[in-house]
Write a protein that binds this ligand. Structure first.
Ligand code: ATP
Ligand code: MG
Length: 505
């Protein structure tokens, strides 16, 4: 511990004289300068009067003003005040309330002196770290990146050049690269700069649609062409006429469908499933895959002629680990967007945390980085992401993790709040965790339809079309699955009559 940290001032607020005494002893014997307040009211008054202490230990249950109320008053007087709550009741309720009102952490009574000391040290380290980033300068201004593609590494500059070259014509473009490297982003950018910008852009994820449905999805079908085809339906190619179609995960397309795609590319013609009419379509095709198509051609799982047709111009998206220099820019870009979308208030990153972002390998590339930045920003307790806010496996990359921050984590209800939330985020689907973390921070119930939709909208491209039928189909499928195929129960959940649901099914 540094000398500066040792001479830090700590205010202990508790109505129990014995607790004040024993806590003060532990803390002052380690060099901290301790003051005491015997009630919430007096504690709040001391903080208001100033100078504010470096750290406050605050009891939750007190006669008169309770700890949670005192916490709120203290934080509204001193928004950056670090407070550690003390409680004999380690319930989830306490943890959530403490977090909601901005406590740094909480500690269980009776105290373990070691735990008290390590928490105090972690809090003061946080304070020093936050202080050290007060003059943070972001590496970019997101306003300058309307395109949404960030990166100034030479490999990305090459990507930008090729995007520029292919926008003037209708040439077919093949975008390859690992998951999360920005393939779809690039496809949209090509479309937006092309002469088809005012026409449709439709993305089809070939991997997400079962083989038996993909042809109908792409080319449409005639009434009665297969069981369930109760009416004529137009496919994406027809709907996208004079627009741009993005065939994502093309490597997952069955050979039979590949043949039909080849026909569109060669002759500009399609036939609906079950139909005889030949329909001319004028569609620009952009394809993407994270598979090794050359290998698939060799293994005869991807048609060679289609491969050459698609691969007229190739854009290879570099993985993040080949453009480490871009990482700080992407981190700043994500943070500025989160602030703009009011999903987080954090706009700074400590040098240690940034070094960890840069050092990590990022198998999930930009998408993974984006998710981690989001999660860390939600967990961060001040206006900066610190090393302690990052998931353990990313902190590990730097090898500089200070031992003092690593307080042993208990389950929910005890231990370091940041660690607890990180554990929650790690053990739940990330999407859900985001909502939970956000809503506990804002004090709303964990997951309502409204919050789930907020999440959907926040992550949905504004170009998405045909949302309502898609959502309806998803909801019906899920309700049926959730009710084990019981139409009556599913109808009840959906708010439909049984007859209405049967018709839709
Ligand atoms: N260069 C970049 N600058 C800023 N954001 C980026 C960049 N590249 C990708 N992203 C973001 O990362 C996320 C993933 O990008 P995208 O969906 O385009 O990747 P992908 O290659 O299609 O991934 P997958 O193979 O998993 O479908 C998106 O939210 C996108 O906005
Ligand atoms: Mg994609």
């Amino acid at each position: 511990m540094t000398e500066a940290a040792k001479s830090a001032t700590i205010l202990v607020i508790d109505d129990d004289a014995e607790i004040r005494y024993s806590l003060s002893r532990v803390l002052s014997s380690h060099g901290y300068r301790v003051t005491e307040a015997p009630s919430g009211e007096q504690g709040v008054a001391l903080v208001r009067k100033g100078p504010a202490p470096d750290l406050v230990f605050l009891d939750v249950r007190m006669g008169g003003m309770g700890g949670i109320e005192a916490l709120q008053l203290i934080r509204s007087a001193q928004p950056k005040q670090l407070v550690i709550l003390m409680t004999a009741f380690g319930t989830a309720q306490t943890a959530i309330e403490a977090m909601k009102y901005g406590a740094f952490d909480y500690v269980m009574k009776p105290f373990d002196p070691q735990k008290v000391l390590s928490l105090a040290a972690a809090a003061l380290k946080t304070r020093a770290d936050l202080h050290a980033v007060s003059d943070y300068k972001p590496s970019i201004n997101s306003e300058d990146y309307k395109e949404g593609i960030v990166g100034s590494s030479p490999v990305m500059q090459d990507v930008f050049k090729v995007i520029g070259q292919v926008t003037a014509s209708d040439v077919t473009v093949m975008i390859t690269g690992e998951s999360g490297t920005g393939k779809e982003l690039v496809a949209r950018s090509i479309w937006k700069h092309s002469h088809r910008a005012s026409k449709a852009f439709i993305a089809v994820n070939c991997a997400a649609i079962p083989d038996n449905l993909i042809e109908s999805e792409l080319f449409g079908h005639e009434r009665g062409s297969f069981t369930g085809a109760t009416g004529q339906r137009l496919g994406k190619f027809e709907l996208c006429d004079s627009g741009t179609i993005f065939l994502d995960e093309i490597g997952d397309m069955a050979l039979a469908t590949q043949t039909k795609i080849l026909r569109v590319l060669q002759a500009g013609e399609i036939q609906r499933v079950g139909g005889t009419e030949t329909i001319r379509v004028n569609v620009r095709v952009i394809a993407a895959t994270n598979k090794d198509l050359e290998q698939m051609v060799k293994a005869k799982t991807f048609r060679e002629d289609l491969y050459y047709r698609l691969n007229v111009v190739r854009i290879k998206m570099p993985p993040l680990r080949e453009r480490g220099d871009d990482i700080p820019q992407i981190v700043d870009f994500c943070l500025q967007n989160l602030v703009k979308q009011k999903k987080a208030r954090v706009s700074k990153v400590s040098p240690e945390a940034m070094a960890a972002f840069v050092a990590h390998d990022w198998p999930g590339n930009v998408r993974e980085l984006e998710n981690v930045v989001y999660r860390s920003a939600v967990i961060a307790q001040g206006d900066a992401i610190l090393l302690k806010d990052l998931p353990a496996e990313i902190r590990a990359a730097t090898g500089t993790e200070p031992t003092v921050a690593a307080t042993p984590a208990g389950g929910v209800g005890e231990g370091n709040l940041a660690t607890t939330l990180t554990a929650v985020a790690e053990s739940t689907a990330l999407a859900t965790a985001k909502i939970v973390a956000e809503s506990t921070a804002s004090g709303e119930p964990a997951l309502t339809v409204e919050r789930a939709l907020d999440y959907l909208y926040a992550n949905l491209s504004t170009e998405t079309e045909g949302l309502l039928p898609q959502v309806e189909r998803e909801l019906i499928t899920r309700a049926m699955a959730a009710q084990n195929g019981d139409v009556t129960k599913a109808a009840k959940q959906l708010g439909l009559t049984k007859a209405a649901l049967q018709k839709k099914l």
